[in-house]
Design a protein around this ligand. Structure first.
Ligand SMILES: [Zn+2]
Ligand SMILES: [Zn+2]
Length: 260
């Protein structure tokens, strides 16, 4: 084994160890208690000044995001090292001729399977009381999320909806590695835009945070487009209380100004 290969192996082991640490830390009693306390205060929007709210909100998003990010990278590295080569589509383009139609078809196949997986697992995170209480409630602490909220999820949720959703289409269709990497990157960009709430959000994910009430009373579960929400009648097209140009902080500031 060359020095580079051995460095890669050690990097993979390090990543997987970090993932294990991340998962176990996120499940510790102390971490859960602290996390739930912050979640409660954010959900209730009480006793916090505007500045404190903004600071706590973004820091909480970033803190959750770092743990989720490490877990996602570790699982991806594990998949690439040990699982990918067992899938029938592995190195498909090294063994077959291909043209531009493969690339174009890949876009639709990837988006179709990724979004179906996202819808099903997202519904599961809401429908199961256990999954909601221990995993998904952390993401819903952010009623008026920022762009940083894209990755602000429990590590388990990040793994299920990140690498699992990303690799699922390759079980059904050979996607060129370059196209696959590009779509994965674009999915993250799309999710950032969806949480920012101002543009490129075809399925109004911002309403899912802002207008959704708790575990059962929710809608707009898909990420990319409204297909599955329309099919299963879980689509909310407009919510006047969630006008993103009139956020909680801005409403408060305007109210304060009127009172001066
Ligand atoms: Zn949700
Ligand atoms: Zn979200």
């Amino acid at each position: 084994m060359t020095a580079t290969e051995s460095a890669i192996v050690w990097l993979q082991r390090g990543c997987n160890l970090l993932a294990l640490l991340c998962l176990s830390a996120s499940r510790s009693e102390a971490a859960l208690a602290q996390s739930k306390e912050i979640t409660r205060s954010l959900l209730e929007f009480e006793d916090l000044s505007d500045t404190a709210m903004a600071t706590v909100l973004v820091w909480r998003e970033v803190k959750l995001g770092v743990g989720a990010l490490i877990s996602v990278v570790a699982v991806t590295v594990f998949w690439m090292a040990y699982v990918e080569k067992l899938v029938w589509t592995y190195n498909f383009f090294g063994r077959h001729e291909y043209n531009v139609w493969w690339f174009i078809s890949s876009i639709f196949v990837y988006m179709f399977f990724f979004d179906a997986w996202f819808y099903v697992t997202h519904r599961w995170l809401h429908e199961s009381k256990f999954m909601w209480d221990t995993i998904h409630i952390h993401h819903h602490a952010f009623k008026e999320p920022t762009a940083f909220c894209q990755d602000a999820v429990h590590p388990v949720e990040a793994i299920v909806q990140g690498p699992f959703g990303h690799y699922l289409p390759t079980l059904f269709f050979p996607i060129h590695p370059l196209a696959h990497a590009l779509f994965g990157f674009l999915s993250s960009i799309f999710a950032v835009a969806a949480h920012d709430g101002r543009t490129w959000d075809l399925n109004n994910h911002y309403y899912h945070h802002c207008a959704g009430k708790g575990r059962r009373n929710s809608f707009n579960y898909s990420l990319y487009w409204p297909l599955w929400d329309a099919v299963f009648n879980t689509r909310l097209v407009f919510s006047p209380s969630c006008d993103v140009t009139n956020t909680l902080w801005r409403r408060k500031a305007e109210t304060a100004q009127r009172q001066v």
